[in-house]
Write a protein that binds this ligand. Structure first.
Ligand SMILES: *Cc1c(COP(=O)(O)O)cnc(C)c1O
Length: 346
């Protein structure tokens, strides 16, 4: 395994701090008369604090992904996981981070919130990694954030190129796999055994169909997880969300069947778009959305909205001039999109 000095990457104050210890951290048994957390004793579904370590959820998710539960941190969405990574490892006003463009807008926002400089390196003409350009600007950076499949482009990043970055960069490499379940056998999870500097983030918001419960998962070497656990808010994932996520994992075949349906719908939409004169280019996708280029994205966007169909206008994103991003909906929703799109004459 490629090892890195995680302590040395960690911010001084985080290394030194004494983490908050909650009542549910100090007594973890399930039986007894609980007079330790100043809760209201009258039973309702939610009068008790939730498990601060989300042990059951971690155990089930670890089984699903074939990792150890000590390699997991659960967050209030993966946005919280990414924020924790910034706060644990990046000294405000001093450290800097590298990411790709175009990509997920939250990386920039998180960097700004944490007062961390962000360098965005352009993807190549296939929206894939330019490894040399990334490594060039990464000298001294705390981390490199990648997104695969990438948002808004939809494509997976080349795995060999990610591995080259893991090999040559001695900071943290975060791979955001929010859409990984829509791609075939493409996760970086297997590389966790080879690279201590790899951190993967996944989410219940997309393929698992649970954007509303705000559950995200960070997967990394236990030492990285331990650092993040030191700074996470004690009860960051509420009890109802933990329960709903567990219910979903217990019916994982339902998730699989929805993914299958969405992939079929994805093919149907791609086929439709490729046969439209108004569409200049349809970009390859491994996610539950498709990016495509038209002559005038603003006009198409407005016409779609006027007809009650809302897509994402990405024309201002780097390299995405006149591009719209279309999420894959139900069959009926996609039919409606096609019907409206067909009638737009510019
Ligand atoms: C949607 C999305 C997420 C999900 O964030 P949550 O906070 O888990 O809902 C993460 N990364 C990318 C690139 C996304 O598009």
């Amino acid at each position: 395994m490629k090892e890195i000095n995680i302590e040395a990457l960690t911010r001084d104050n985080v290394r030194r701090l004494t983490p908050y210890s909650s009542a549910r951290d100090e007594f973890t048994g399930a039986e007894g008369v609980f007079l330790d957390a100043n809760e209201n004793p009258f039973p309702s579904k939610v009068n008790r604090y939730p498990d601060p370590q989300q042990r059951e959820l971690k155990s089930k998710f670890a089984d699903l992904r074939g990792v150890l539960k000590d390699q997991l941190i659960i967050g209030n969405g993966s946005d919280e996981i990414l924020d924790l990574v910034f706060r644990a490892f990046c000294e405000p006003g001093k450290d800097f981070v590298v990411t790709i463009k175009p990509s997920y807008g939250m990386y920039k926002v998180l960097a700004n919130i944490n007062d961390v400089k962000l360098s965005e390196v352009a993807l190549d003409h296939n929206f894939d990694l330019d490894v040399d350009a990334i490594l060039d600007v990464s000298e001294g950076a705390k981390m490199i954030i990648l997104c695969s499949p990438n948002n808004p482009t939809g494509n997976l990043l080349n795995k060999d190129r990610i591995i080259e970055i893991l090999d040559k960069f001695n900071g943290l490499v975060v791979v955001d796999e929010a859409y990984i379940d829509f791609a075939d056998n493409a996760s970086m999870l297997d590389e966790l055994r080879n690279y201590q500097n790899l951190m993967i983030s996944q989410t219940f918001s997309k393929a698992f169909g649970m954007a509303g419960i705000r559950v995200g998962v960070g997967i990394a070497h236990e030492q990285i997880i331990n650092i993040l656990n030191r700074i996470k808010p004690p009860y960051n994932v509420n009890g109802i969300s933990q329960e709903m996520a567990l219910n979903r994992l217990a019916r994982i075949e339902k998730v699989a069947s929805e993914i299958t349906q969405l992939k079929l719908e994805r093919s149907r939409l791609i086929n439709f778009l490729e046969h439209q004169d108004a569409v200049i280019q349809v970009y390859p996708t491994d996610a539950n959305f498709v990016l495509f280029q038209v002559s005038d994205a603003n006009k198409y966007y407005d016409r779609l909205v006027e007809n009650g169909v809302i897509v994402r206008n990405r024309t201002s994103a780097y390299g995405c001039e006149n591009c719209l991003r279309l999420s894959i909906g139900t069959k009926e929703e996609n039919n409606r999109f096609m019907e409206v799109f067909d009638t737009i004459n510019l």
